[in-house]
Design a binder for this molecule. Structure first.
Ligand code: ADP
Length: 494
């Protein structure tokens, strides 16, 4: 496969100009005039400078979003027309697919092939899926006591603040914007400081699609300044956040202390991936591999605790290590590359320090363990076996290409150990036994359980966490409630 890919022509990384903020349908500099550099993780070099938003800029974006919500054509537009515009945005993403994918690879470091085959199609589908919901947002009629006619309406929650991470920049914009716009909200989005470029381009495309100015506003900047200004803002009605658990707690605290804005959180995980001895072993090896190493291991739902039944443990591990050795780590724009750089120096160092912790706590490192080269932020795919539940690498989210293999003897034990975490985002099970599959799906405390598959996503199916992995569900019909308020109306018929 690698040879076939290597024969494809290499795409040139795009040249990018310095970027401003996107407010009220216009490019504007930050009020302070400050800018920050966004770096290419494959080289560590600056791509361009980006306007650095802060509180004053968030205030300006909220004013634009409030005006668009209260007065603009957006408010008067029919629900069906909103749907048409969301579909138009999806059309424009398709038209500009290669440009968006290249920009995503450049800013994030993910292999261009992944951006083209995963990030873009999934993002486009999210807009199309919610385009369909715009005019199906029904309330109910309720048979109350007395001479009254009672009905409910689902109204937009209002101006929404959205704070997103760097691992899937375009997809996170889609998961946030599509349901919010479908419900008629307006948005102030802060992309991650590491990856502001594709979100900014989406602002322009939204206007080109005919989404009125001020409906989406984008304020690039840092968490404690621009991000905190969003979560504490008195005129933002709801904040949707994806990122680290500790940051999620800060967002929720400041939302509570300001105006009790509604909060939804999609946080981290330490997802158990359980392989029983009766599984299709080759499928499980591939699934376990993909479930951890996809996107450079930078997935909140990564299967980072791989439980393998004792009977097949050694043979399974051998196949997994062989699989890791054919991973092609390198330039995201090289068609042969299957693993790009980590997002930043900071993340790379953090991952290497987890690898040190694994070694010093007595896990057995079977492959990898080192930085690749001295330019950019590349880390070898790394596999530990002999991992114990109490080890740091088995408890904390690593967010990198580090797989931890734990051995288990029976189903009761693995249910108990799989659930022994504060997280509850995802889980997976590999078995041919239907009873075992259902028992595991019922017993694992996680928002998504994959049986004989991993990382399957669909815009129609909800995603989110139990326990400290979050609050609320994104995607599917469930996400609509995060962006709407229910209004009850009584009419006196007497
Ligand atoms: P990660 O470690 O994956 O970067 P973070 O939770 O730090 O995760 O970042 C996710 C998003 O949250 C980013 O857009 C970041 O700028 C933002 N952020 C970080 N700190 C805060 C904060 N105190 N308040 C609001 N947003 C923040």
């Amino acid at each position: 496969m690698a040879t076939e890919a290597a024969s494809k022509p290499r795409v040139q990384a795009p040249k990018v100009q310095n970027q401003k903020m996107w407010i009220g349908g216009k490019w504007v500099p930050s009020a302070s005039g400050k800018t920050f550099a966004t770096l290419n993780p494959a080289t560590g070099q600056e791509i361009c400078q980006v306007a650095e938003g802060d509180k004053v800029d968030v205030d300006m974006a909220v004013l634009a979003a409030r005006k668009a919500f209260e007065e603009g054509p957006w408010k008067k537009m029919s629900a069906a027309e909103r749907g048409r515009l969301l579909n138009k945005l999806a059309d424009l993403m398709e038209k500009n697919l290669h440009e968006l994918a290249a920009l995503e690879s450049l800013d994030n470091g993910k292999p261009l092939n992944d951006a083209i085959n995963a990030d873009l199609p999934l993002s486009i589908k999210a807009y199309r899926y919610y385009a369909g919901w715009c005019d199906k947002n029904h309330g109910k009629t309720i048979p109350v006591e007395g001479d009254y006619f009672c009905y409910t309406k689902h109204e937009p929650v209002g101006v929404v603040g959205q704070i997103i991470p760097w691992n899937f920049p375009l997809l996170m914009v889609a998961w946030k914007w599509a349901p919010a716009l479908a419900m008629g909200c307006t948005v102030v989005l802060k992309p991650a400081e590491q990856t502001p470029l594709t979100a900014l381009r989406m602002g322009e495309l939204a206007l080109e699609a005919g989404i009125p100015e001020g409906v989406v506003n984008i304020v690039p900047g840092f968490g404690p300044t621009a991000g905190a200004a969003i979560s504490s803002h008195m005129d933002i009605d709801k904040v949707a956040f994806t990122g680290e658990g500790k940051t999620g707690q800060l967002v929720m605290e400041s939302a509570a202390k300001s105006n009790l804005k509604r909060v939804s959180l999609e946080l981290g995980g330490k997802s158990p991936n359980v392989v029983f001895a009766d599984a299709d072993i080759d499928a499980a090896v591939n699934g376990a591999y993909f479930g951890l190493f996809f996107n450079q291991g930078q997935c909140c739902c990564a299967g980072s605790r791989l439980f393998v039944e004792e009977k097949i443990h050694d043979a399974f591990v051998e196949k997994l290590v062989a699989r890791a050795k054919i991973q092609q780590v390198g330039d995201p724009f090289d068609p042969a590359t299957t693993q790009g750089p980590q997002i930043s120096q900071e993340q790379m160092e953090r991952i290497l320090s987890y690898i040190d912790a694994g070694n010093s706590e007595g896990a057995k490192m079977l492959t990898g363990g080192k930085r690749v080269g001295d330019k950019g932020y590349f880390v070898q795919p790394t596999i530990f076996s002999g991992v114990q539940d109490g080890m740091k690498i088995a408890r904390e989210e690593i967010f990198g290409p580090v797989m931890n293999i734990l051995k288990f003897k029976n189903i009761d034990e693995v249910i108990q150990r799989g659930n022994k975490t504060f997280y509850g985002l995802a889980a997976a099970v590999w078995t041919r036994d239907i009873n075992k599959a259902h028992r595991m799906a019922n017993s694992l405390r996680a928002g998504t359980v994959w049986i004989n598959c991993y990382d399957v996503f669909d815009a129609a199916a909800p995603f989110g966490g139990f326990k400290m992995s979050g609050i609320g569900r994104e995607l599917g019909e469930y996400a609509l409630s995060m962006y709407s308020e229910v209004k009850t109306v009584y009419i006196n018929l007497g």
